[in-house]
Design a protein. Structure first.
Length: 840
């Protein structure tokens, strides 16, 4: 009894405390912190420490500990958050993140041990949703150049070695797999983590990656998955306790991570995946709780119920995945993530033009177009090569990505090298036709290189076609009658888009009109059309505003161009100047503006009136309205230009033709002869007007000889060349000599138009919906053929057609073998030549 001691519990003491646990995890994170600082610089170290110290500071009001860092839990949570931040976020992001970690993620749920979600991930989720542009801005290690993460670029962008070392763009502490594994080994040896969670997490991610057709090794080594599996998912407070619960918990987390990467705009997936399984932790513990004595049957029933729930969830998930695939708006391998990587600042991506699988996107931020994106897919040597071009508003290539390719891994894969791709950044839309000729091809992979070059050229042409259909750059006025008087406004067009609107004159009720004007202008800049929503309470004002905008847009449309080839006559027009209406009279002789006379104006004497004269002189000298405004008299200058434009666009009834003037001087000599002359001239004028309006000639007036006529016009992808056979002044047959329009769209449109032309014997036929560019080019090619010289007789055309058919049949039989021989010969020096030749 002498050795009997009396004391209160606990009777078993352990050296492990909350403090030692927390600081041990901090120690385990030091290798990741060192790697992040090495790759991304000292600013990355500041971000991590600022996050940790801010968390400690914000926790002070909630704890009574006199220790500087408390129990270490706040410091650890701040470190974890800091390591998940991009290395270039603003200085205040980690401070705000520290506040969210402690206050929202931890103490809002009751403090240490009571939070059901990982505090660091709660803060990161809030930051990601609040500041998406800042939280997905990445840079390359060491040089700090803006770049995409490995997940965004795809599995072919970085080697496994680079992923393991961490020499890839990403969050500060998530990129170096080897540094994370060193810390994880330390925690395992100290018995702070149970391997069931990290191993099952990795297994779930790898299995999901294989299910979705991805590289499982790449999926595990990228996007911070190792970091999450070791340090986030194993958090003692938010993870399950039961053994089987831990395994299911990890498997679910890994699967959800890959699922979120695949089907949502958030490419890393970790944050939301772990928050979801944190919420399910209590449910998993209950489902897999170890049976107590006499509860075996009860536990069996509980496991059966849980299994049924899991199976139902998986079934719903699979059905949802099927529906998502069916509704995917993007072709091929293109995803939202590719678009977001190309223009991180964009808030939305609108499809502007779609031709087969070629798509033109407008990247918008705050409702304004900041860049154009073009997706192009062309057949490579092995499989389609998919490209994504990012273009500046001026038409220059800002960035080019190879989204997907299956070329030979030795030579063909070199098309992804920046040394090859960087040369395309030198091209603009103005140089689209020079791309193929000026591209330096990769030796040994000529066909693959040419495919990329053709894709870039097609992308530039797609943008050109869309821009040419837009508005002409300049400043244009429109006028309409509102509820209280005239509304005169002015629109500014840059790069084919309306970028500004200014109201020059209006007399509407101020408290109703001003808000209406603001809302209508916002709609106009967003929608780029005068078809706007009427503002309630200001209906008449809204309708007048839209009418004035439409008149201004009509002047800016390509069809209303007023540069050169003016019809002879005298025209009058007016427009709003600085101090009132400017009324002008414009005289046109022999297709040129010869005189501009000011009928009335109220501009500032010595400034505005001088500007009118100077602008008029410039217009006459340049024979164009694209002239520079006079400094200090911008409104007067633009008013003069718009007045001249309105005059030249006025009704043809206001013009007196030269021919008509000559007739007036000779009317007394011979009335019958004059009548006949007027009649013939009237017919010529009608035909000329018809041609000027449609751009196409009429067949009845041509009196063509029997024979073959050839012509060409620039199509959607390349020139379209046609052969037209005419007999008895009627189109007898239309042959397409060469074309590269979209299969199934452009070629079918031309076939349909050919039938309509033969039936109507007129070029005034409806364009084919969905293939407008191809339709217009096809009609223009026929127009050019019929207005040119005869190419040959009908007999020669028939002989030529027979010869071409024989030659085409011979070429088809030799094409495959010759193409294969050429591709094999270029890769003869490499082992892949054998494989490439067999595939050919």
């Amino acid at each position: 009894m002498a050795n009997l001691f009396r004391s209160s519990g606990p009777h078993i003491e352990s050296p492990e405390t909350i403090e030692t646990n927390m600081w041990s995890v901090v120690i385990a994170l030091i290798p990741a912190l060192i790697a992040g600082t090495y790759f991304f610089g000292l600013y990355a170290l500041y971000l991590v420490l600022a996050s940790a110290l801010s968390a400690v500071l914000f926790e002070k009001p909630f704890v009574k500990s006199k220790a500087t860092f408390g129990d270490g839990s706040a410091f650890l949570a701040g470190i974890l958050l800091g390591l998940t931040l991009p290395p270039v976020v603003p200085w205040w992001i980690p401070i705000l993140g520290g506040f969210l970690t402690v206050v929202v993620g931890k103490h809002l749920f009751g403090g240490l041990g009571s939070n059901i979600f990982n505090p660091a991930l709660v803060a990161r989720a809030i930051l990601l949703l609040s500041y998406p542009a800042l939280m997905i801005e990445w840079v390359s290690p060491v040089d700090g150049v803006s770049a995409a993460t490995a997940l965004q670029l795809g599995s072919d962008s970085f080697s496994y070695t680079e992923l393991i070392i961490g020499n890839v763009p990403g969050s500060i502490g998530e990129t170096s797999v080897i540094a994370l594994l060193i810390g994880g080994a330390y925690l395992y040896l100290k018995d702070y983590i149970d391997l069931r969670i990290p191993l099952s997490f990795v297994a779930g991610a790898a299995g999901a990656a294989m299910l979705f057709g991805q590289d499982p090794v790449f999926a595990v080594f990228s996007g911070g998955l190792i970091f999450a599996a070791i340090y986030m998912a194993t958090d003692m407070v938010t993870s399950p306790v039961a053994k089987w619960a831990k395994i299911v918990y990890g498997l679910a987390g890994g699967f959800l991570t890959i699922f979120i990467r695949r089907y949502t705009p958030y490419p890393e997936g970790i944050t939301f995946a772990i928050l979801i399984i944190n919420g399910a932790s209590y449910f998993l513990d209950n489902a897999f709780e170890e049976p107590h004595f006499g509860e075996v049957e009860y536990v069996k029933k509980r496991v059966a119920h849980f299994s049924a729930i899991i199976m139902a969830a998986v079934l719903i998930l699979l059905v949802g995945m099927t529906l998502i695939d069916d509704d995917d708006p993007y072709p091929g391998s293109l995803t939202y993530n590719h678009l977001k990587e190309a223009v991180p600042a964009a808030e939305s991506f609108e499809i502007i033009e779609r031709d087969d699988n070629d798509i033109l996107f407008a990247a918008r931020a705050e409702e304004e177009i900041i860049k154009d994106l073009v997706y192009i897919s062309r057949n490579g040597f092995e499989a389609p090569i998919e490209l994504l071009l990012s273009l500046e508003p001026a038409g220059s290539i800002d960035k080019i990505q190879i989204i997907n390719e299956s070329e030979s891994p030795t030579l063909g894969a070199r098309i992804k090298d920046q040394e090859f791709l960087s040369q395309f950044r030198e091209f603009t839309t103005a140089e689209a036709d020079q791309v193929m000729a000026e591209t330096d091809m990769i030796s040994g992979a000529t066909y693959s290189s040419q495919t990329v070059s053709r894709g870039v050229q097609a992308g530039l042409r797609l943008l050109i076609a869309e821009k040419e259909a837009g508005l002409q750059d300049g400043v244009y006025q429109g006028q309409a009658e509102g509820a209280q008087g005239d509304i005169v406004l002015e629109i500014t067009v840059e790069n084919g888009d309306i970028v500004d609107l200014e109201i020059l004159k209006e007399q509407e009720t101020e408290h109703l009109a001003e808000p209406a004007y603001e809302e209508l202008e916002a709609q106009l800049l967003r929608e780029q059309t005068a078809d706007l929503d009427v503002i309630s309470g200001a209906t008449y004002t809204s309708e007048a505003y839209m009418e004035a905008v439409q008149k201004a847009i009509d002047q800016a449309s390509p069809e209303s161009s007023t540069d050169g080839d003016f019809e002879a006559g005298t025209y009058q027009g007016s427009a709003q100047g600085h101090s009132g209406q400017i009324e002008l009279e414009v005289v046109v002789e022999a297709g040129e503006i010869t005189e501009i006379e000011v009928l009335s104006q109220n501009e500032t004497e010595g400034l505005g009136d001088d500007a009118i004269e100077e602008i008029a002189a410039q217009i006459i000298s340049e024979q164009s309205l694209e002239v520079d405004s006079v400094s200090g008299a911008t409104n007067s200058s633009e008013g003069t230009i718009n007045a001249v434009r309105n005059a030249l666009n006025s009704d043809s009834e206001s013009a007196e033709t030269d021919a008509g003037s000559e007739e007036d001087s000779e009317t007394d000599t011979d009335s019958s002869a004059t009548w006949e002359e007027e009649d013939s001239e009237g017919e010529e004028e009608t035909a000329a007007e018809a041609e000027s309006e449609s751009g196409l000639i009429g067949l009845a007036d041509l009196n063509l000889e029997n024979g073959e006529y050839r012509g060409s016009a620039e199509g959607h992808r390349a020139p379209i060349e046609v052969s037209v056979l005419v007999e008895a002044n009627e189109i007898n047959e239309i042959r397409i000599v060469s074309q590269e329009e979209s299969p199934g769209i452009g070629d079918e449109a031309m076939a349909e138009l050919s039938q309509n032309l033969l039936a109507e014997q007129s070029l005034e036929v409806d364009l084919v919906s969905g293939a407008t560019n191809s339709s217009e080019a096809f009609l223009k090619a026929i127009n050019n053929a019929l207005t040119g010289e005869r190419y040959g007789s009908l007999e020669e055309a028939e002989d030529l057609q027979t010869a071409k058919e024989i030659l085409a049949a011979e070429e088809d039989s030799d094409t495959d073998s010759s193409a294969t021989w050429e591709e094999e010969s270029t890769e003869e020096t490499d082992e892949e030549a054998v494989e490439g030749g067999s595939n050919g």
